[in-house]
Design a binder for this molecule. Structure first.
Ligand SMILES: Nc1nc2c(ncn2[C@@H]2O[C@H](COP(=O)(O)OP(=O)(O)OP(=O)(O)O)[C@@H](O)[C@H]2O)c(=O)[nH]1
Ligand SMILES: [Mg+2]
Length: 367
């Protein structure tokens, strides 16, 4: 779809990196970018986010480029979105809706689809509610009780019903998953979750780690989400490795809420491999962002290793770094170039012994 991108430079030092990331998001959603516009502002305008002069300019650009849709690189208030749509006479999609859209595209499992749909409806319903309360102030005025109001009330009720239905279905799916997880944790297999910023290379690393032992019996976990595999690692035995959803700056709260159950699966892991794109200039900011979400879902006390990936592009050699206590803190690898993977396996074995022993003790106490 022919797309106009509007990004806003609010004077942040890493504006360019944010703008580049948004272009990646847009392309990920299937946008064909035919034009882009940068607006520089000290602070957002309440009505349109960008100033009215800039808006006029952007409308001209959109017309000339034949843009069918406008992607806006910021979260918009419902009023801003409405005003912009009126000006452009096109659909305007903000950063939050774009992220939700990509999740909808990518969701494969039944549960994932339900979670995204729930987040989308909740995003939509806040917009409806505000439109509604805006009208409510005018209630009683002559001519204000027309079909528009009835339509809104109907939309609102329908969304409410749908949200309730989705919640019930999700609860059912999640109960099943908890049962599966319990039977898994009863066996003393070590569970390792790959977490990290989106595009850090988690899936590539997941494939590199699991395909190396492709003979391992996948069928045992046929009922699990496709992103979990069982592999044999010399010294650790059977290890359950999970690839997880990537994190991103400004992850919409509705999405975190909807995905809480999936994310909480991470909390159940014995060991986290926090995958970092070592070649990104934004890597420290991305590490902080991931740590924030981990803390948010209560996973910040799980033993973890920072895996500096893409060393081929960053110019590092494979190596294993320990902290001042002698514990492995960072492992440098290239998932794509298959460098440093033995070092990583060794780190999993070593860290897994500490983490796994703890898990094992707790299980012994319980039984
Ligand atoms: N140069 C280089 N590129 C890599 C390496 N590992 C992964 N990539 C590339 O990085 C991109 C993202 O890789 P993914 O494995 O999809 O990243 P991810 O963390 O799973 O991303 P999300 O699923 O979006 O969160 C792909 O184009 C990979 O080919 C590496 O070691 N070196
Ligand atoms: Mg991935």
């Amino acid at each position: 779809m022919k797309t106009l991108i509007i990004s806003v430079d609010l004077g942040e030092p890493d504006y360019q990196a944010h703008a580049d990331e948004f272009v990646m998001l847009a392309k990920g959603a299937g946008a064909e970018i035919v034009a882009s516009i940068v607006a520089r502002r000290a602070r957002p305008d309440a009505a349109h986010f960008i100033g009215s002069g800039k808006l006029e300019e952007a409308i001209l650009v959109a017309d000339e480029a034949g843009a069918e849709i406008v992607l806006f690189d910021q979260p918009l208030t419902p009023a801003q979105q409405r005003n912009l749509e009126r000006g452009f006479e096109r659909r305007v999609v903000d950063r939050v809706a774009l992220i939700l859209d990509i999740f909808a595209l990518r969701a494969k499992s039944h549960e994932g689809k339900l979670q995204v749909e729930l987040a989308q409806l909740q995003h939509l319903s806040t917009r409806l509610t505000r439109m509604w309360s805006h009208l409510e102030r005018q209630r009683g005025g002559i001519g204000m009780r027309g079909p528009g109001e009835a339509q809104l009330e109907m939309d609102r009720r329908m969304i409410g019903d749908k949200v309730r239905l989705l919640r019930e279905r999700l609860a059912r799916v999640q109960r099943q998953r908890t049962t599966q997880r319990r039977s898994r944790s009863r066996s003393s297999t070590l569970s390792v979750s790959l977490v990290g910023y989106t595009n850090a290379g988690k899936s590539t690393l997941f494939n590199a780690l699991t395909r190396a032992d492709a003979y391992a019996a996948d069928q045992l976990f046929a009922t699990l989400d496709t992103t979990t595999r069982r592999v044999w690692i010399e010294g650790a035995g059977q290890v359950v490795v999970s690839d997880t959803v990537g994190f991103i700056r400004d992850l919409p709260p509705t999405l975190i809420a909807a995905f809480r159950a999936t994310l909480e699966e991470t909390v159940q892991a014995d060991l986290l491999l926090h995958v970092v794109d070592a070649s990104s200039p934004q890597r420290d900011e991305q590490i902080a962002e991931v740590n924030k979400v981990l803390a948010d879902i209560g996973a910040d006390d799980i033993p973890h290793i920072l895996v500096y990936n893409k060393i081929d592009a960053a110019g590092y050699e494979p190596r294993v770094e320990r902290n001042e206590h002698g514990t492995i803190a960072r492992v440098f690898v290239s998932a794509l170039g298959r460098l440093g993977l033995d070092g990583l396996r060794g780190a999993i074995v070593e860290s897994g012994q500490i983490a796994g022993n703890n898990a094992f003790t707790i299980e012994n106490v319980q039984s």
